[in-house]
Ligand binder design. Structure first.
Ligand SMILES: *Cc1c(COP(=O)(O)O)cnc(C)c1O
Length: 386
């Protein structure tokens, strides 16, 4: 059976063959523990993780010593937010985040509220971006951290990262930025963007699942963190546990490829995304959710009036793999909290699909998807009229 065209690259990406090839020897002959200092097995593993650390650091313009390996952005967000909250408790207990953040950030903040944290969840404008003045107005003497993402996973909208960083500087606050969707797709530069803590996931950039990193700035300012995983003191005491050497090797290779190919890829995918979007919007009563100006080049989130996301997904499931804007946590699909935050009605939120193109998306794929969705929409709308 032919597999459907994959346009759900914000959920996860397939591993690049070049990444896989680089990983394979680290499952077999090079199986050493990177913390073993007494023999060549350990040395080879450590050399490999050192190279990966350099490549990952390079992608975001960090120093290799500022990269802490984790299992992905969920763990990185937990380490950043909980680690800062505990390390800076004498300064204050107030954290500012945003309603459209990923659950990894929102649920970590919710958890800390049970232990005395004061959390402000900033609203967003209709375009999905925060208002910088509203951010500034919400700062209190007890504020220690701003946690705002680089780009949103559901709508691809890019937050005003530099402006947020400037506010953090002005009030001597720390700035954690979840870059799971942005890194490797658009330029992310922790110096130029002035970010203090940044999370990354390999599987969102054609690397393996279950590996990621937290960038922790070492100077101007030097960030203190309380470890959330205790043990052998790996990763500079910030994250204990034997390193996932093959995963880290793959993550490093994935970063190197993104670094080399990002600008070309962004241009290619932007043209395909625009073609898809324009063709679907031409069906009438199809609306783009979120800013079209500040947006990842490979993402579009569309609401199809007169249809439902579930109806479209089931009608199209043999042709295209997409996801609805809504997080289907149960049989009853709740409308997406991200779209709701933009002021999108329940009906429109339940009629939205997220298209996330990727490295292996071709022009032919897009042509097929446009044809299939056009036919489906006409069919579904026809049914509702009669
Ligand atoms: C995928 C994602 C995460 C979680 O990453 P994991 O690697 O699954 O832990 C966090 N934030 C954003 C924005 C994401 O897209």
């Amino acid at each position: 059976m032919k597999q459907p065209i994959y346009l759900d690259n914000n959920a996860t990406t397939p591993i690049d063959e070049r990444v896989l090839q680089e990983m394979l020897p680290y499952f077999t002959q090079n199986f050493g523990n990177a913390a073993s200092r007494t023999h060549v097995y350990g040395w080879i593993a450590q050399e490999a993780t050192d190279l990966a650390r350099e490549r990952i650091a390079q992608l975001v313009n960090a120093h290799p010593k500022e990269i802490i390996f984790t299992s992905g952005s969920t763990e990185s967000a937990n380490l950043a937010i909980k680690g800062v909250y505990e390390a800076y408790s004498s300064k204050g207990n107030h954290i500012i985040t945003c309603v459209t953040e990923h659950k990894a950030v929102l649920d970590t903040c919710k958890h800390l509220e049970k232990f005395g944290a004061d959390v402000t969840y900033l609203p967003v404008k209709n375009d999905g971006r925060i208002n910088i003045n509203v951010l500034e107005k919400n700062i209190k003497p007890s504020t220690i951290l701003i946690a705002i993402m680089y780009a949103n996973n559901e709508i691809g909208v890019i937050q005003p990262v530099k402006e947020i960083a400037a506010i953090a500087r002005k009030y001597h606050l720390l700035f954690f930025c979840d870059a799971a969707q942005a890194a490797g797709k658009i330029p992310v530069d922790v110096i130029n963007d002035d970010i203090h803590l940044l999370s990354l996931s390999a599987h969102k950039m054609y690397g393996p699942k279950g590996v990621g990193a937290l960038y922790v700035r070492r100077k101007d300012p030097r960030i203190k963190l309380i470890a959330q995983m205790d043990g052998g003191g790996h990763e500079n005491n910030m994250r204990s546990g034997t390193l996932n050497v093959p995963g880290i090797v793959g993550f490093g290779k994935a970063c190197e490829i993104c670094m080399n190919e990002m600008s070309h890829e962004a241009e290619r995918l932007c043209a395909l995304r625009n073609k898809l979007e324009a063709s679907l919007v031409a069906l009438n009563n199809v609306f783009i959710n979120g800013s079209t100006q500040y947006r990842l080049p490979h993402v579009t989130n569309l609401s199809f009036e007169g249809a439902t996301a579930n109806g479209l997904i089931s009608a199209l499931h043999k042709i295209v793999a997409v996801s609805s804007g809504s997080a289907c946590t149960s049989a009853l699909s709740e409308p997406s909290y991200v779209l709701k935050a933009l002021g999108v009605s329940d009906e429109r939120a339940n009629a939205s699909l997220r298209f996330a193109l990727g490295r292996f998306t071709t022009e032919e794929d897009i042509t097929i998807v446009i044809e299939a969705i056009t036919a489906s929409i006409k069919n579904l709308r026809h049914q509702t009229i009669h």
